[in-house]
Design a protein around this ligand. Structure first.
Ligand code: 2HG
Ligand code: ZN
Length: 457
């Protein structure tokens, strides 16, 4: 069927060799079978329009593909789909200093945009461990969050305009870089976080901001999870934080072993908080630290003395995901309101300990914005299928605890395939019906990333 692609694109834009299919057919998840029929590399908006029209005419399914760093299977092609890679639409098209706006193609790597901004004395603040390979188009498709959300918000907050090709093959220019625009439904925001189910992002107007001061990093040993919230409150009342992350002792053990890093403190603590803040806030931060120690929340702490040391401390947090990847972990990416986190964590921790007494449970995440990553590690002697089946049995209980607090079963990684069948824990039947209605308008023949995000009706 996908032979018709060769009449639409030039031969250099179509690949069907086994290695390419295996590479572009998957993201960072390793638990899904991969079986695309072809990988294509559009080089222009016209190519994308031609592909979508062809898909509608011939009944092809299209899977958008960025840097393939996703953790929910949103970019996995398991059913003969055509993978549409944006690797060749990776140019920065325009920069307007007065607007602090960069116009990018979707294949621009996140770090390339960060560097572009920095070279002009400006800052693109959305950041996470995979910034060196993830692409702006994928960041938009998942509304990527990461480590600076507490200060700078999500990808959504930095997108001032989008050009998209809908699943019907229409080109829409959404918001055109405007700050103010009160002309009805903001379709731009529908595409942000839509996981490639409505159409392709083919251009984005991305906002930049002023470069912050040099940053300092502190790592604190914290006795109880509940105390992390007290520490957060104490620091936030004294200064503006750029990041407030946490990880457990097990997470620290995994990352220090994997990356051969030094432990941050002389002793061990059940939890660690990693804070980042402006250099000029050092006195305020020292005062907050002393109050936290006096309250008994914090046992010990370390402050970065150089940029290199700050980077090394960050590795303790940012390297965790990679350091546990070898355990094919069962991933949960949960969010509840910050105020509900301590009792939520207590409940989920108890559930996990009862249900998986033999599994290692690795906690870390972005406590400053209510996002917990709960990774359950596969024992070496268990098959992947058995492990995932066991985890899926327990998931409903964890998701019930999320739903009871009005939380989210996917804070930042997206729904994809991994969380699709659990979406009703976070979205009501009426919401799901509205989502399906929107999909039907923008992608009437269902050519865009079928089977992802929305559970079968
Ligand atoms: C992080 O915060 C990433 O490190 C990955 O979102 C989280 O692998 C994970 O569970
Ligand atoms: Zn994260």
């Amino acid at each position: 069927m996908s032979q018709v692609l060769d009449e639409t694109l030039s031969p250099r834009q179509v690949r069907r060799d086994a290695e390419s299919l295996a590479t572009w057919g998957r993201d960072w998840t390793r638990s899904f079978e991969v079986a695309p029929s072809a990988v294509v590399f559009p080089e222009s908006v016209d190519d994308v329009v031609a592909l979508v029209r062809l898909a509608n005419a011939e009944g092809l399914a299209l899977v958008p593909s960025g840097g393939r760093t996703g953790l929910s299977g949103g970019a996995v092609a398991g059913n003969g789909e055509v993978v549409v890679s944006f690797d060749r639409m990776n140019g920065i098209l325009d920069f307007e200093p007065a607007d602090r706006l960069v116009t990018c193609q979707p294949g621009v790597v996140t770090q390339t945009l960060q560097d572009f901004a920095r070279d002009r004395g400006l800052f693109y603040p959305v950041d996470f461990a995979s910034a060196g390979s993830s692409q702006i188009g994928g960041n938009i498709a998942t509304n990527a969050g990461g480590i600076k959300v507490i200060r700078y918000g999500l990808t959504r907050d930095w997108i001032a305009g989008l050009k998209v090709v809908t699943g019907a093959g229409e080109v829409l220019e959404l918001n055109r870089g405007l700050v103010k625009n009160a002309t009805g439904y903001d379709l731009r925001h529908l595409f942000i976080g839509s996981e490639g189910t409505l159409g392709f992002v083919v251009e984005a107007d991305v906002l930049l901001t002023a470069l912050p001061e040099p940053q300092l990093v502190m790592v604190l040993g914290v006795e109880r999870f509940r105390d992390l919230l007290a520490v957060l409150g104490q620091f936030q009342s004294a200064l503006t934080l750029s990041a407030f992350e946490f990880f457990s002792e097990l997470a620290l053990q995994k990352v220090t072993a994997h990356r051969e890093l030094a432990r941050p403190l002389s002793g061990a603590a059940p939890f660690y908080a990693l804070l980042e803040f402006d250099e000029s806030a050092l006195d305020a931060a020292t005062g907050a630290f002393e109050r936290c120690v006096a309250e008994g929340w914090v046992s010990d702490g370390v402050l970065s003395q150089s940029e290199t040391q700050a980077e090394n401390l960050w590795q303790l947090r940012e390297g965790i995901s990679e350091s546990i990847a070898g355990y094919t972990p069962y991933k949960n990416d949960l969010a509840v309101r910050i105020s509900r986190m301590p009792e939520f964590l207590d409940e989920v921790d108890a559930l996990v300990q009862q249900s998986y007494p033999d599994f290692e449970v690795c906690w870390y995440g972005h406590i400053g914005d209510g996002n917990l990553h709960l990774n359950i590690l596969k024992p070496g002697d268990m098959s992947q299928a058995d492990f995932f089946a066991k985890c899926h049995e327990i998931s409903p209980r964890i998701f019930t605890a999320v739903a009871a607090r009005g939380g989210s079963i996917s804070a930042e990684h997206g729904v994809g395939l991994l969380k699709r069948d659990f979406l009703d824990y976070s979205r009501s039947p009426a919401e799901l019906a509205a989502m399906r209605g929107i999909k039907a308008v923008l992608d009437p023949n269902g050519v865009m990333n079928p089977g992802k995000m929305l559970p079968p009706a």
